[in-house]
Design a protein around this ligand. Structure first.
Ligand code: ZN
Length: 288
């Protein structure tokens, strides 16, 4: 069995403020980002095994702009640096001209900071337009592979590639399975909040469906001190009701299950360790 780990490396505090209209952009929480990176890298050192010491990090361009030294460190430690768009925006709501600009801008700044070719892409929240082919074609112009496609059936991937007329872009899908009637993905809050057997069951389903499974997680899931939490003062402009709801919702991301996540993830790692960077395996592109 092979299992890859990928990280959507983003500052959720910055990105939520942008989503909520509290700012367009501003300073990132650099200490929290460095600390969470060290937690992830430490996890890989302890549990990754001989092939899985390194993983793939899908990083936002804004992170490369404010913390190029952190991107350089991720690359220098041997991990694969990929692209998670420039801002953590929902691409499917954006015009194609904006999408093209942001894809190139993000790729270029990540390449400059990492000193590596950046070949893989994942859309924030997997929100890339699937009503039409334009956005996927724009991704193909800039990247070699995409990991924004959640599905339970590999036939969907080839059908989508044909429909879009994609020629060079590989799609590495994120497995979506069914448990007790609910559709669940192999990663993120699903992994963190549900008991360990749910992750193991999704992994078994993924393999049975012919997937090269991989788990995706975020920096904030590896820390438990609330370093990425928005404060009452941050949220005040939203008004009382909205800000209270948002503060409750944040527990799901920053508190519940965070302490137990490393042990739960370690329980999914196969006996021989993790399978390494996506470029080492299913992406079939030369690493480095
Ligand atoms: Zn993300």
């Amino acid at each position: 069995m092979s299992l890859h780990l990928s990280i959507d490396f983003e500052d959720v505090a910055h990105d939520q403020k942008r989503d909520l209209g509290l700012w367009e952009t501003g300073p990132l929480r650099l200490d929290a980002l460095w600390h969470s990176y060290e937690q992830i890298d430490g996890f890989l050192a302890r549990h990754g095994g001989p092939r899985g010491r390194h993983a793939t990090f899908f990083c936002t361009g804004i992170l490369a702009s404010q913390a190029p030294d952190l991107i350089a460190r991720i690359a220098a430690d041997g991990h694969e640096v990929c692209c998670h768009y420039y801002f953590h925006d929902e691409m499917d709501h954006q015009q194609i001209g904006t999408v093209r600009d942001m894809l190139k801008r993000a790729r270029d700044i990540l390449q400059d900071a990492s000193g590596q070719p950046v070949r893989g892409f994942r859309a924030p929240k997997f929100r890339i337009d699937r009503q039409g082919a334009e956005q996927y074609r724009a991704v193909e112009e800039v990247f070699r592979y995409d990991s924004s496609f959640p599905t339970g059936n590999l036939n969907d991937v080839e059908a989508w590639r044909r429909l879009c007329g994609l020629e060079t872009l590989q799609i590495l899908p994120i497995f979506t399975g069914r448990i007790a009637g609910r559709r669940l993905r192999l990663g993120g809050s699903y992994l963190k909040l549900f008991p360990g057997w749910v992750g193991r069951s999704l992994l078994t389903q993924a393999e049975a469906a012919g997937f090269a499974p991989h788990v995706y997680l975020h920096p904030y899931e590896f820390v438990s001190g609330g370093a990425f939490r928005l404060s009452a003062a941050d949220l005040r402009p939203l008004g009382l009701r909205k800000s209270l709801l948002r503060r409750l919702r944040q527990h799901q991301w920053h508190t519940i299950g965070n302490r137990g996540l490393p042990a739960k993830l370690a329980g999914l790692v196969p006996a021989g360790g993790l399978a390494g960077r996506l470029c080492d395996g299913p992406a079939k592109v030369a690493c480095g």
